[in-house]
Write a protein of this length. Structure first.
Length: 551
């Protein structure tokens, strides 16, 4: 496949020069260590990343002519248009005293030159007044922050290691991430759900990202301690609520304005808008959890985890007031989770067929279900949507493939996910359950199904020393929803959806990274991008070039 760069939106040469110069300078330096004496370990690290992306497909008329999808499809409308031209820096500072006490502060800044023009583009054949997530015709401050330029603190915490009743213990206080369970790619269905919000913007633009890599730090207190030689306990309580980030309207991989935080209105029909009201969020201290880990000798290096959590949903419902005066996003709280996980090895390592396997089973009580998005007429202030009890199962395995005639080494990760809607317990009339008055169709109509399952596969063959100081690998990722639609607001897995990526990555002299990849999306399209899930992305394939280094 050949892609020509569209000259009307060409890459400014000085931007590429600056990015290359920055990476080159970074490569000449080592991590910055501060000598404060033998009792201290102080380190400052920076990771610079440059990403350049091109649209690989022209607009499909059915999608571009749909007023609900036009504003994202037309931002970069031609094959070869630059859809991202972004440079970012992750800065991390760690200071540890006597291996007992410490502080960590990290943050990120970014700038995307592709979004210097903050105007929302639309199909010129459709009147602007018929659609659009932004009443001004320009991105909101929220959208500009995450797409044009911005910055944020990430980890900001202090910690202490100590003995408690003769057992090794630790406490961490501040904003950070903590990831429980074994989910690799299905974080919305995992034990980890609700511990941290997820960065859906990064997840969609970087297919194959692990769920753990998408977590956003959250203020909390975490205590961990050993109980016996084989038992340990972890407990956490949260001090703030933070919601997920989702691709915003009018951006290349933006979606319909429903449920987006950057939009100030939503079109319920061409030319008919409802303004956005205030979000309704849970109280900061509602969420907490405990985890007990058992590592019996008979499991060798494996362990079993037991979990009890109280959590708030990080994905919202969208409610319209009965009068239609506005809409708001609201996040369900008081969800209870009971779960168990197992980490173990399967096979014989000496024979080269050992698989590192992970399993988890979780039960959510009072979970938020996908909703029709309307509040009951008798309750104009309604903030609670359909609730239900759901069962989730995840199984995955990592297999290291030995050298053969095709590659020097290879890694294979496979993950299976399953969800069952056990029952609908509250506001059943609002639930998008299949074959009901609210959703008379089945999976193809976007309705919640009783059962749903999907699979993700990541494969990465490697070749060492292809050139002097250069190692190559080829990351390949496919995620496919085999059957059914997940019923919970978390997960958003729709039957027939596929996300895939194939790339070539070079590691140069163990410090420079360069990756070129094709990223694609497929969803069932019943016409005009309308269907079950990602049909409006069927013309949004793109090619990315990423350069990175650390210093």
């Amino acid at each position: 496949m050949s892609i020509s760069i569209n000259r009307k939106k060409k890459l400014p040469g000085h931007h590429l020069f600056i990015a290359a110069l920055t990476l080159g300078m970074a490569g000449q330096a080592a991590a910055f260590n501060i000598d404060a004496g033998p009792e201290w370990s102080i380190r400052w690290d920076n990771s610079v990343l440059y990403n350049l992306g091109f649209r690989a497909q022209n607009i499909k008329d059915g999608i571009g002519n749909n007023p609900f999808f036009s504003e994202s499809d037309y931002k970069f409308s031609d094959r070869g248009d630059i859809v991202t031209n972004r440079i970012s820096n992750l800065s991390e500072f760690d200071a540890v005293y006597m291996d007992k006490y410490g502080v960590r502060v990290s943050g990120s800044v970014w700038k995307d030159f592709a979004y210097n023009d903050d105007s929302v583009e639309n199909n010129p054949g459709l009147p602007q007044a018929l659609f659009g997530s932004y009443s001004s015709g320009h991105y909101s401050n929220y959208t500009k922050r995450y797409y044009r330029q911005g910055g944020e603190f990430l980890d900001t915490f202090v910690f202490a290691n100590f003995n408690l009743a003769g057992r090794t213990s630790s406490i961490r206080v501040g904003r950070f991430t903590q990831y429980w369970g074994n989910a690799q790619f299905y974080g919305g269905l995992g034990i980890n759900y609700g511990q941290n919000p997820s960065d859906g913007i990064k997840g969609l633009t970087s297919p194959g990202s692990k769920a753990k890599e998408l977590t956003i730090p959250r203020a909390q207190i975490l205590l961990q301690t050993g109980l016996t030689d084989t038992l340990s306990l972890a407990a956490q309580v949260f001090g703030e609520f933070r919601p997920d980030r989702k691709p915003e309207g009018g951006t290349f991989l933006g979606t319909v304005g429903f449920g987006l935080r950057g939009a100030d209105r939503v079109a319920v029909a061409p030319g008919t808008f409802v303004p956005r009201g205030n979000d309704i969020k849970p109280s900061a201290g509602d969420d907490w959890g405990v985890k007990m880990t058992w590592a019996p000798e008979w499991m060798d290096a494996g362990n079993i985890g037991f979990y009890y959590r109280k959590l708030s949903e990080t994905s919202p419902w969208l409610f319209f007031t009965p009068t239609g005066s506005d809409y708001h996003l609201t996040y369900a709280n008081d969800v209870t989770m009971y779960a168990i996980s197992v980490d173990t090895d399967i096979g014989d390592a000496t024979a080269g067929n050992r698989v590192s396997a992970g399993f988890e089973l979780s039960y959510r009580k009072n979970a938020a279900l996908n909703s029709v998005g309307t509040a009951a007429v008798s309750d104009p202030g309604a903030t609670d949507g359909p609730r239900g009890n759901t069962l989730q199962f995840i199984a995955n395995g990592l297999y290291g493939i030995q050298r053969n005639a095709w590659w020097d080494a290879a890694t294979l990760i496979g993950e299976f996910s399953y969800q069952r809607l056990m029952s609908t317990t509250r506001n059943e009339a609002m639930a998008l359950t299949e074959n009901t008055a609210a959703c008379p169709g089945g999976a193809d109509a976007g309705c919640n199904t009783k059962n749903s399952w999907g699979v993700s596969v990541f494969f990465q063959p490697q070749w060492n020393g292809v050139f002097e100081g250069v190692n190559l690998d080829m990351p390949i990722f496919v995620q496919y929803q085999i059957k059914g639609n997940t019923a919970t607001v978390a997960g958003a897995n729709r039957e027939g959806n596929a996300i895939y990526s194939i790339g070539l990555h070079a590691l140069v002299r163990s410090r420079y990274d360069a990756t070129i990849a094709y990223n694609g999306y497929r969803g069932r399209d019943n016409g005009g991008g309308v269907g079950n899930g990602l049909g409006f992305f069927n013309d949004r394939g793109w090619v990315s070039l990423t350069l990175g280094t650390s210093f």
